[in-house]
Design a protein around this ligand. Structure first.
Ligand code: RFL
Ligand code: PHB
Length: 393
């Protein structure tokens, strides 16, 4: 058996784990990352696309923002399309000059992986069967299997950055954690293609056949989503079928402007709201999707992960450099105050924009009334814009 020691053991090399590793490295704190998958597998997952300014600032603070600034697209607003009519939400004006950056999670992850390997920091990929112990003692440990051999890691703290299906949250005794969950009765079918985006800004569309999102990764790469029943399978959606359905749900101008092409990736994601409380158990901290999930409609998941990592890195820096555990004590409460507001916004935007097949007629009528109110009221649009660009940390 091989034995390693580090100050902070990070489980998961997604954006949460890698960003935490980079911020702690900059503060001179030792980390080791254990990741279940290979690096290529992690980079193959197509996920988030919209970064709040605070997330971009944190990537800058971690010294990994250069490519994001060179290649990311700054967006000052987005469109809501309701039954064939588009309404622009001028986020920049409504928030007094704020904006978001369209830059894919894959690229954020790649930048973080490159920075980590340039600094010579250890990440162990393909770490199988990670098991955590001693979480409520002062000697937390992890064991796993790497290339058929057992590895044990001793540390001061463990950061559970291993996503919704990870081992970290599952290692907390049931009596010590409460969970809150809502599963939506539909999913998003996503398609990525090397085609120019249909519009300069994102379009969130409400149509009787379901929600649509027109997003992008660059001026030559598009990302589109369609609301589909959970019974659908991505294999049953040929590219042609996807493009036909998308065109059908778009407003006439967008339908005409749509450039189609072969898909690079197509997959279905279920939609869920989920929070686990508290986010610390002894010497284990949960961060990112390990602790909470939002439906993607508000583009909040990666951004929430970044705000957890901001609080966690500050807490650990306080512990190691300032001999203060105040940040550790308050970590969970600080994170959750922001998380629940983003959960609320994501749930609200999801409820507003999707077709709910099991609801009766009054639900759809109320939805229309709210959309009509939203697109006609400066106050309502301001509330939406303020949440979309991200609440302050
Ligand atoms: P991740 O990305 O899931 O990474 C967790 C890592 O942990 C590894 N792991 C383990 N490692 C060791 N041992 C184990 N037992 C392990 N179990 C798991 C996994 O292999 C993985 O590498 O979580 P993290 O880092 O917290 O990051 C969270 C984000 O990925 C997520 O919130 C966003 O992708 C959500 N999201 C969006 N967020 C935004 O802020 N803006 C968006 O525009 C946005 N769009 C989206 C999204 C998520 C989507 N899907 C697919 C759910 C669009 C979609 C379609
Ligand atoms: C994306 O580009 O993948 C994306 C953008 C905005 C969202 C969700 C996903 O709200």
């Amino acid at each position: 058996m091989k034995l390693l020691r580090t100050q902070v053991l990070i489980i998961g090399a997604g954006p949460s784990g890698l960003l935490l590793g980079q911020l702690l490295y900059k503060a001179g704190i030792d980390t080791l990352i254990l990741e279940r998958q290979t690096g290529d597998h992690v980079l193959g997952r197509i996920r988030a696309g919209v970064l709040e300014q605070t997330t971009a600032d944190l990537l800058d603070a971690a010294d990994v923002g250069a490519r994001m600034h060179a290649e990311g697209l700054v967006h000052h607003g987005f469109d809501l399309a309701v039954d064939g009519q588009r309404h622009r939400i001028d986020v920049h004006r409504l928030t007094g000059g704020k904006s978001v950056i369209v830059y894919g999670q894959t690229e954020v992850t790649r930048d973080l992986m490159e920075a980590r390997s340039a600094a010579g920091l250890p990440t162990i990929y393909s770490a199988a069967d990670v098991q955590l112990s001693g979480l409520d003692s002062d000697r937390p440990r992890a064991r796993c299997t790497v290339d058929g051999a057992t590895l044990e890691v001793h540390c001061d703290y463990i950061a559970g950055c291993d996503g919704y299906h990870g081992v970290s949250r599952a290692s907390v005794p049931l009596r010590a954690i409460s969970t809150f969950e809502k599963v939506y009765p539909f999913g998003w079918l996503g398609l990525l293609s090397d085609t120019p985006p249909v519009s300069d800004e994102l379009i969130y569309g409400r149509h009787p056949r379901g929600f649509t999102l027109c997003s992008m990764r660059s001026s030559t790469r598009s990302r589109y989503y369609l609301q589909v029943p959970l019974t659908e399978k991505a294999e049953d959606w040929s590219d042609e079928r996807f493009w036909d359905e998308l065109r059908h749900r778009l407003d006439p101008a967008a339908a005409q402007a749509l450039v189609t092409g072969p898909s690079i990736e197509k997959s279905i994601a279920p939609l869920r709201s989920f929070v686990a409380e508290p986010m610390r158990f002894g010497r284990l901290f949960l961060a990112g999707d390990a602790a909470h999930i939002v439906p993607p409609t508000g583009a909040k998941g990666l951004n929430l992960a970044a705000s957890d990592v901001n609080y966690l890195s500050q807490a650990l820096i306080g512990h190691y450099h300032e001999r203060s555990d105040a940040g550790i004590e308050h970590y969970s409460a600080r994170c959750l105050a922001r998380i629940w507001k983003a959960e609320r916004f994501s749930w609200w935007f999801t409820s507003l924009m999707h077709d709910f097949p099991d609801e009766d007629g009054i639900h759809a009528r109320l939805q229309r009334a709210e959309l009509d109110y939203l697109t006609g009221s400066e106050a309502a649009m301001t509330v939406m814009a303020e949440n979309y660009v991200g609440l302050p940390w």
